[in-house]
Ligand binder design. Structure first.
Ligand SMILES: Cc1ncc(COP(=O)(O)O)c(C=O)c1O
Length: 406
């Protein structure tokens, strides 16, 4: 295990703002100095485009960019050529939906998903439904948001061609049995698409072991820069998928009659100048997390969450929605207080949480409310911060939560 107080020194935001308790890690995370150095090192030492220049700094940028593909491949246990850089997981999931729609699916085919998904893993499929006649169907989840394998088996039928699901859901932190669900998908000739936004930053992900066909995640939720994401795909599937964006860098040749010869994956999905500094920063973030150890991160967060759970369950003014989930956010409301007012009260105490529907707009069907407060932890949070949070949360009431300005 690691010493959290030593880890905290790696994060300038923690050192510069010791007054803040940052429990909004499901939205985005703090960046360690190693990531900041990697990004500024590119800006101050070898700024250039990639795969276009024949000079020394361009060669350095090419190498740093290509090295990050290898780092990410090691991070999620795949081949570097199966790693595509995108703008974020939203872009990855849109690319997946478009590529599957164009090259794998036909009208009447069914995408199975759940009502606990983030908008990024629903809206691209809804568009396929509206514009191309593909149907979206839902697998029921339990009150903790978990999708059980029996429910998946019951929902399967011959038209199901894709199961698309978050590994860890963003509101309730439900951990879905992805490996078993992928096996059911494959037994039935369907593909498994995994939204890894809330799992890849927190646990060791081995895409080959899970046997998912396509997967995405965002750099900014794992200590990396904003504006960078990853799309992982089994190579033969990537090769068959059409890219959303066309332009420079992704074509091998094109002709005046409009014929375009694409490069192979992953390059064919990376049209235009990529977010080079962001990709390099993502590489530094993945190295940083691996140096701490993904198993250590998961074990630490599990213990911290169980401490949090024990304390929050004792508060009479709080309704706590996801006691059974061992990982992920703590999701709650202060009884009788609108979520945003309660979050504003916590904000006035320098505690950063998120309130609202968290882009999972149909989840209220499952937990009976569409406005919640989410406290999402990361490996740099501490039990002392949980104690300060609990003290503030115990004070939330209708009287003191309304009219807070900060
Ligand atoms: C489960 C899940 N999927 C997708 C996303 C979208 O991430 P991004 O905004 O980085 O594309 C999020 C963001 O919160 C998420 O939690």
């Amino acid at each position: 295990m690691f010493d959290v107080n030593e880890i905290r020194k790696d994060f300038p935001m923690i050192m510069n703002r010791p007054d803040l308790i940052y429990f909004d890690n499901g939205a985005t995370t703090y960046k360690p100095q190693a990531v900041i150095d990697a990004v500024t090192g590119f800006y101050t030492g070898y700024t250039s485009n990639v795969e276009r220049g024949d000079y020394e700094t361009a060669a350095r940028a090419d190498k740093a960019y290509a090295d990050t593909r290898k780092i990410i491949a090691r991070f999620i246990s795949c081949d570097p050529k199966e790693v595509v850089f995108t703008a974020n997981i939203t872009a990855s999931l849109n690319q997946i939906a478009y590529g599957l729609m164009k090259n794998f699916l036909k009208p009447g085919d069914v995408i199975l998903t759940t009502e606990a998904e983030h908008a990024s893993n629903l809206l691209p499929w809804y568009r396929m439904e509206k514009e191309y006649g593909i149907r979206v169907e839902y697998i029921p989840v339990d009150r903790q948001g978990v999708c059980h394998t029996e429910a998946v088996r019951r929902a399967m039928h011959e038209n199901v061609k894709v199961i698309a699901m978050a590994h860890v859901t963003n509101v309730l932190g439900s951990v879905q049995p992805i490996k078993e669900i992928a096996a059911i998908a494959h037994e039935n000739g369907a593909l498994m698409v995994m939204d890894g936004a809330q799992s890849v930053p927190h646990r060791k992900i081995d895409v080959k072991d899970l046997d998912v066909d396509l997967m995405g995640f965002s750099s900014h939720k794992m200590c990396g820069p904003d504006g960078v994401g990853v799309l992982y795909g089994k190579y033969d599937i990537l090769q068959k998928m059409d890219p959303v964006f066309l332009g420079g860098g992704m074509n091998a040749r094109f002709y005046p009659d409009g014929t375009i010869v694409l490069k192979n994956a992953p390059e064919k999905f990376e049209a235009g100048t990529p977010n080079i500094e962001g990709v390099i920063g993502l590489g530094a973030a993945a190295e940083y997390l691996m140096s701490i150890g993904m198993d250590n991160i998961m074990a630490y967060e599990k213990e911290l969450r169980s401490y949090f759970k024990e304390k929050i369950e004792k508060l009479d003014n709080i309704e706590f929605y996801n006691p059974d989930n061992e990982t992920g956010p703590v999701t709650f409301n202060a009884k009788g207080v609108f979520a945003q007012d309660a979050a504003g009260y916590l904000g006035s105490k320098h505690i950063c949480v998120r309130s609202g529907n968290h882009c999972a707009k149909i989840l209220h069907e499952v937990i009976g409310t569409d406005q919640t407060i989410r406290a999402s932890l990361y490996f740099y949070n501490t039990k002392e911060e949980v104690d300060r949070f609990i003290e503030a949360a115990s004070e939330i009431s209708l009287e003191n939560a309304i009219g807070i300005f900060f």
